[in-house]
Design a protein around this ligand. Structure first.
Ligand code: ATP
Length: 348
């Protein structure tokens, strides 16, 4: 049995079902992200795990114990929110020790644990400061220390980085992941930022309109998206309408080009997904060839981003600037190569 299991979880507000038959098994020490656009129900799932929201149906167990009927403070869960929810009138040390004080832990033990936590988050000197004397990133580290101080079984993070500026966000990402690994604490992280989810998670749950559309490692989610929504939401994807000429070998016609995918696909119309970085300039033996005209070119340093007109359908192409050859020019007609197995055929 998994460390944390969520089965057939449902939540309705009035007549609106915002979480629909949500199922998830989380292993001990795993870092799971719930990823999806605003309003898809990810926070509601997290709040049900925390106990702030009562499920309309379904079960949540932690180490085999059903927790759905327990109050938040009986669940042994630590939580960090988006907005800095530190107590403004308490010092950093008092904030970090708060959960332990509520539990009646002796003062000496609290002091030791607070010191340990402040060292863990890299702020050993700041125990006497008040929250207003800290930067946003420091406040979120303190919020993390406060959540971890009582040694919860599960850590829940609700968009903890979204209020921070871009640079701090990236460094705190790595720091949170390093602390999570060091403690081996089972973590569920809510985010609408695909880069955060891809870079931090052991596995990602992509949510859409209350449904978990796909659960997988970042690699699986990016490379083999299960549905059209997942394909479009995670990473940049060209979606191209194609006419299937021979379903048995996957021969398709798209934008004045024909190519063979080398695998059977459903007959009729197909929606193909091509990642911009999967295409290369020139002809390559054994690869499919597409011809189109460059309509835009952005030189970004490490990457040259092209926009191609493929017989009426736009195609974004990212070329890596590895050859140091002068890039092609707008208006040129170019040949592009693609490994046919990299072309996604999107269903769902
Ligand atoms: P965001 O990133 O914007 O927080 P989310 O994916 O976390 O989005 P939820 O906050 O879980 O989404 O909300 C899912 C849906 O449920 C939304 O349509 C929201 O308006 C609705 N909702 C959430 N809480 C309540 C509530 N207490 N009463 C009524 N509707 C609610």
């Amino acid at each position: 049995m998994s460390f944390l299991t969520i089965s057939h979880l449902e939540k309705s507000f009035g007549v609106t079902r915002v979480v629909k038959n949500f199922n998830l098994d989380v292993e001990k020490g795993e870092f799971i992200s719930l990823l999806g656009p605003s309003g898809c129900g990810k926070t509601t799932v997290l709040r049900m795990v925390a106990g702030f929201e009562t499920p309309s149906a379904g079960n949540i167990t932690i180490e085999g114990r059903e927790v759905s009927s327990l109050r938040p403070n009986q669940r042994n869960i630590g939580m960090v929110f988006q907005a800095y929810a530190l107590f403004p009138n308490l010092t950093v040390a008092q904030n970090v020790g708060f959960g332990l004080r509520v539990k009646g832990v002796p003062a000496r033990e609290i002091a030791a644990r607070v010191e340990e936590m402040l060292a863990l988050i890299g702020l050993p000197e700041l125990g006497d400061r008040y929250p207003f004397q800290l930067s946003g990133g420091q406040q979120q580290r303190v919020a993390l220390a406060r959540a971890l101080a009582p040694k919860p079984q599960v850590l829940l993070l609700d968009e903890p980085l979204s209020a921070l500026d871009a640079k701090v966000r990236v460094s705190l990402r790595n720091e949170i992941r390093a602390i999570q690994r060091e403690l081996g604490i089972t973590t569920i992280f809510v985010t609408h930022d695909q880069e955060e989810a891809l870079s931090m998670s052991d596995r990602i749950v992509v949510m859409h309109q209350g449904v978990a559309e796909q659960v997988g490692t970042p690699f699986e989610i990016y490379n083999t998206p299960a549905t059209r929504f997942v394909a479009g939401f995670v990473g940049t994807l060209n979606t191209l309408d194609a006419k299937v000429l021979d379903p048995s070998i996957g021969r398709v016609k798209l934008g004045g080009n024909e190519m063979t995918l080398g695998r059977a696909i459903p007959p009729g119309e197909a929606l193909l997904g091509l990642r911009p970085e999967m295409l290369r300039l020139g002809a390559h033996p054994g690869e499919a060839a597409l011809t189109g005209t460059i309509t835009e070119l952005d030189f970004l340093g490490s990457v040259i981003r092209l926009r191609i007109d493929l017989g009426g359908q736009p195609l974004a192409v990212d070329l890596f600037n590895t050859t140091r050859q002068a890039p092609p020019k707008v208006g040129e007609t170019v040949s592009l190569a693609l490994n046919p197995s990299d072309a996604l055929v999107i269903g769902g």
